[in-house]
Design a protein around this ligand. Sequence first.
Ligand code: HEM
Length: 232
Amino acid sequence: MSTQSDPGAPVKVRRYSGSARLNHWIMAISFVLLLLSGLSLFHPSLFFLSGFFGGGANVRWLHPWIGLVFATGFFLLFLRFLPANLPERTDFTWLGRIGHVLAGRDEYLPEVGKYNAGQKMVFWSQAILVPILLVTGFGLWTPGLEFAEQTFAFKATMDQKRLAALVHAIAAVTAIVIWIIHIYAAIWVRGTMGAMTRGTVTGGWGWRHHRRWLKDEVADGRVENKKPSPAE
Ligand code: HEM
């Protein structure tokens, strides 16, 4: 929604509520902390990263708890963003014209809703990876293993623990690569960062990148280009 006194200023359109942004940033910060603490446990050459957490002993107990915060945050974000990330026919057209996407030729692309197919792929790949990280992480965590033993009478064998460690590492590296692509896209498409920081984008950004979403926002009366009255 826009309330502007400068008639030349771009129309501002709300893209995220305060609670959606808080949800995203709690999850994003916990992801970075997981990345640093996880890498410090991953290889001796990266052990120096444990210094951020006050040493190796701290990292060992902190990493799983940060993981639980992250997984809870992601689960809430998943529920919140699910409707806008459901696949549509136009996603395949968009993907088929990926050359135009990369060249910034938006005029050759179908009108996009709140998220394009690339964003939806980030959403769904993380939706698969986070539960894998959670389950395998539980299998590497002593309290997690004790919980599984007491609740489900499941006692993990050494081979199962080794497999859990391998799958956990592969899923983590994949999630990090997808996260880097996610950040790159957010910086590359100018004006996107403001969506998650201020909560708004310009009407021009919406028209160029998410035209169907913008049209829906206008049709539903959520965009208001309030002209200043003579008294203002
Ligand atoms: C710490 C760095 C991060 C930055 C700078 C960042 C930035 C952003 C921005 C600017 C948006 C808005 C995009 C738009 O509305 O078009 C966004 C949306 C989103 N972010 Fe992040 N993000 C970060 C971390 C993460 C992480 C760690 C995840 C998940 C594991 C994630 C998942 C999402 C999802 C699911 C959306 C909604 C778009 C979609 O469904 O694909 N973000 N992020």
